[in-house]
Design a protein around this ligand. Structure first.
Ligand SMILES: Nc1nc2c(ncn2[C@@H]2O[C@H](COP(=O)(O)OP(=O)(O)O)[C@@H](O)[C@H]2O)c(=O)[nH]1
Ligand SMILES: [Mg+2]
Length: 317
């Protein structure tokens, strides 16, 4: 409890420790996280996704700078081990990134992609709540747009930004089809490159053909071209994000989105608990069944059914 209070006061050490506990996902951590969940709910959560190399981390850095100039406290949760927030050079921009990292109004946390079984989404969303309670007003989650979990995390935000870069082949764009449709805002990064126009046009065309998500009531999905080099489009992006924030917080469709997020959260958390209990019980119950399976006196399907029944019986006292 004292730890939560210190996090609420914005103490980085307390915030860091809580996030580490969330990552570890111990039963002890759960008590604190349960309280934190109820205290949270003020921050605007932005999910940023896109294929590796599309320019997400660079964009997040630029976006954070812009938001800081408006006085907004920014939390960043990077679910991308290659994110260069901690010292790596972006466009030779290491110094500014370091500045960002030492600004007390910015909290940056990278999280491992492979933690406890399926626990990444849960841990990331717990981290968002911790930053929320610590007073960060805008929280950005950066996830690599590969893998179902990563896409779902980006979706479990109030505003989802999908980053596309020019010059990616049609093949890659096709792979991305699954993430293009979750965008509330499209960004085409690297607009300093001459082939960026083509990507902007392609995306706009796709939206016009209705290949994107079903029209979200009252919101037409913008396509914003940005360049981290010239700074082009960054203000437009901040404006678009601000407009979408109003949709997310003040409209019926925003309320529905919250319900969807809550459903995802509940499902993920239950999934986690289930897997955890399963892992605990399975070895104790499974030995005789494994013998049968190895001896071919039983089949995997019937024995798996039997295993589930055994576990369920253990759980109901
Ligand atoms: N020319 C240009 N390069 C960029 C821009 N933004 C990012 N990059 C480069 O694209 C590469 C990938 O950037 P990064 O932000 O790490 O992408 P991520 O993997 O999506 O997080 C890096 O080499 C960046 O320097 C941009 O606006 N213009
Ligand atoms: Mg990155």
């Amino acid at each position: 409890v004292a730890l939560i209070e210190r996090a609420q006061a914005g103490q980085p050490a307390a915030i860091g420790r809580l996030i580490s506990r969330a990552e570890a996902g111990t039963a002890e951590a759960r008590e604190a996280l349960a309280r934190i969940y109820q205290l949270a709910g003020r921050a605007h959560v932005i999910g940023i996704t896109g294929v590796p190399g599309s320019g997400k981390s660079t964009l997040v850095g630029k976006l954070a700078e812009k938001l800081r100039k408006k006085g907004t406290k920014v939390g960043i949760v990077a679910i991308d081990p290659s994110s260069p927030y901690s010292g790596g050079a972006i466009l030779g921009d290491r110094i500014r990134m370091t500045e960002l990292a030492t600004d007390p109004g910015v909290y940056i946390r990278s999280m491992a992609t492979r933690g406890a079984t399926g626990g990444m989404a849960r841990a990331a969303l717990d981290a968002v709540d911790i930053l929320d309670v610590a007073g960060y007003q805008t929280i950005i989650i950066e996830t690599v747009g590969v893998g179902q979990d990563e896409v779902e995390i980006a979706r479990a935000s109030h505003t989802t930004v999908v980053v596309s870069a020019p010059g990616l082949g049609d093949e890659i764009q096709a792979i991305k089809a699954g993430i293009l449709e979750i965008a509330d805002i499209h960004v085409v990064s690297k607009c300093d490159r001459s082939d960026a126009n083509r990507t902007v046009t392609d995306l706009k065309q796709m939206l016009m053909l209705g290949l994107g998500d079903a029209p979200k009531s009252g919101w037409s999905i913008p396509v914003v071209g940005t360049s981290a080099i010239s700074g082009e489009g960054l203000d437009d992006l901040v404006t678009a994000i601000g407009r979408h924030r109003s949709v997310a917080f003040d409209t019926e469709s925003g309320r529905r989105r919250r319900i969807d997020i809550a459903r995802f959260r509940l499902r993920k958390t239950a999934e986690n608990l289930l897997l955890e209990r399963f892992a605990q019980d399975i070895d104790a119950c499974a030995a005789p069944l494994v013998e049968q399976l190895a001896g071919r006196t039983g089949d995997p399907y019937s024995l798996a059914e039997e295993l589930l029944k055994l576990i369920a019986r253990e759980e109901t006292p």
